[in-house]
Design a protein around this ligand. Structure first.
Ligand code: TRP
Length: 427
């Protein structure tokens, strides 16, 4: 059985703020600590190019987001932590997926549609200022997810449609080329609040109302002082409903602390005092992380090292899988094709397993159908016994054994043809 895989990415287009921390970084670090999970966390820097045309900013943001994740407790020994652009198999898979993705599907993507609507409203050409990158965004994201056969993808609500599209794209590919991809599901943290920003609207780069997660202590205090409140005087009871200050406090406080703040509001706490309480509560959680963050930022070489080690781990999965997918789509050795053709003359052959030792000294097996076409191709095993065990599993359990052999195969052809061949093999 493949273990339960969790995967998520953050676009490296800005400086992490409190909203990113509460909505994404903190819950995904917690999730990565679940013992049964195998997690993949990455810096989506290819995605950043869709929004940001400033190379220095992409680089800086990549450093800041990597340092943020590490400072917040992501353990690169436990999880696979990498930078998207270090994995050349991702753009490769993007193309394979592009060719099974309906253009109509992409026309319906919220982000693209929003741009078109805006252009239409302004009387512009519908696609004015829209790059093909923006249009293709969901396909690149599907490649991120499907590359590692992730089961669960923790994301914000605004990303749900992208996960649904990844499922659609995976189904199209599976339908055409065999069951290669797991269909992912979005995981939305229901109890995680969307944080308000300084002006009370959702905290977001685009509203310019953010509080940087690792602002120095004094700057944090100043920003908090600037949070918009109503004009009630000290002593006047205040409402927690719609209070940005209260919502921020709640995202960091225990339920007892929150209840106490609620009472303080009812008792007419002065806004200045409430802000001071929020500042101290925030800083209590953040200060120790900030210290780690500051030292990581000073040491980009260390982060580069961590990311290259992560890329190596990720590519150990991505590279053989990509080979298998290329093969499935027909990007494969001409020798295999000629085998198929030559043996067409020997039509009466029964489906068969062939076990052999290759020039590399490793042991392989393949399953051929009656026409001699390859249905399954194993990876190289160091001993003939391992190869024989896999063959035995297939002979005994039929296609049910395929799930367990997932990472021992470099190519898997049409599922139905495999089932037929396994049904007949040896009879
Ligand atoms: N699009 C996501 C965002 O902006 C980032 C992202 C890119 C992502 N690829 C992903 C998230 C794959 C989850 C899985 O938030």
């Amino acid at each position: 059985m493949t273990p339960h895989r969790i995967l998520t990415g953050i676009t490296t287009s800005g400086t992490p703020h409190l909203g990113n921390y509460v909505g994404s970084v903190r819950p995904s670090v917690r999730m990565s600590l679940r013992p049964s999970a195998q997690s993949f966390y990455f810096l989506a820097d290819y995605h950043a190019l869709i929004k940001v045309g400033d190379p220095a900013r992409v680089q800086r943001s990549t450093l800041e987001i990597a340092a943020t994740w590490l400072a917040c407790g992501l353990d690169p020994e436990r999880v696979t932590f990498y930078r998207q652009s270090d994995i050349p198999e991702i753009p490769e898979l993007t193309w394979l997926l592009t060719c099974v993705t309906g253009k109509g599907l992409l026309n319906r993507a919220h982000a693209y549609k929003a741009s078109v609507d805006k252009n239409n409203a302004a009387g512009e050409d519908p696609d004015a200022g829209v790059t093909a990158g923006l249009f293709m965004y969901p396909v690149l994201m599907a490649a991120d997810i499907l590359m590692f056969n992730a089961h669960e993808v923790p994301v914000g609500r605004d990303q749900i449609q992208h996960i649904e599209m990844a499922r659609d794209i995976a189904s199209s590919f599976n339908h055409l080329y065999g069951e290669h991809f797991t269909l992912p599901v979005a995981v939305i943290e229901e109890h995680v609040a969307t944080l308000p920003g300084l002006d009370g609207r959702k905290m977001s780069k685009s509203y310019d109302n953010t509080i940087p997660l690792f602002a120095p202590r004094e700057q944090l205090r100043k920003l908090i002082t600037g949070i918009i409140t109503d004009s009630r005087a000290p002593g006047e009871p205040k409402s927690v409903e719609g209070s940005a200050l209260f919502q921020l406090y709640q995202a960091f406080a225990t339920s007892e602390e929150t209840a106490a703040m609620e009472n303080a509001y009812a008792d007419g706490i002065a806004w200045g005092d409430a802000k001071q309480m929020l500042f101290e509560r925030l800083d209590r959680e953040i200060a120790p992380l900030r210290e780690v963050y500051d030292s990581l930022i000073q040491n980009p070489t260390q982060i580069e090292k961590t990311l290259s080690a992560g890329a190596e781990k990720a590519r150990a999965v991505a590279s053989p899988f990509c080979t298998r997918l290329r093969h499935a789509a027909g990007l494969r050795s001409l020798e295999l094709a000629s085998t198929t053709h030559a043996s067409k003359t020997a039509k009466s052959l029964a489906p068969a397993f062939k076990q052999y030792r290759d020039k590399d000294g490793l042991f392989y097996f393949k399953l051929l159908n009656r026409e001699g076409a390859v249905l399954l191709q194993s990876k190289g095993f160091t001993s003939p016994r391992e190869s024989a065990q896999a063959v035995a599993a297939l002979q005994q359990q039929g296609e049910d054994a395929l799930t367990g052999l997932w990472d021992q195969l470099s190519y898997q052809g049409d599922r139905e043809a495999i089932a037929t061949a396994l049904g007949r093999e040896g009879s």
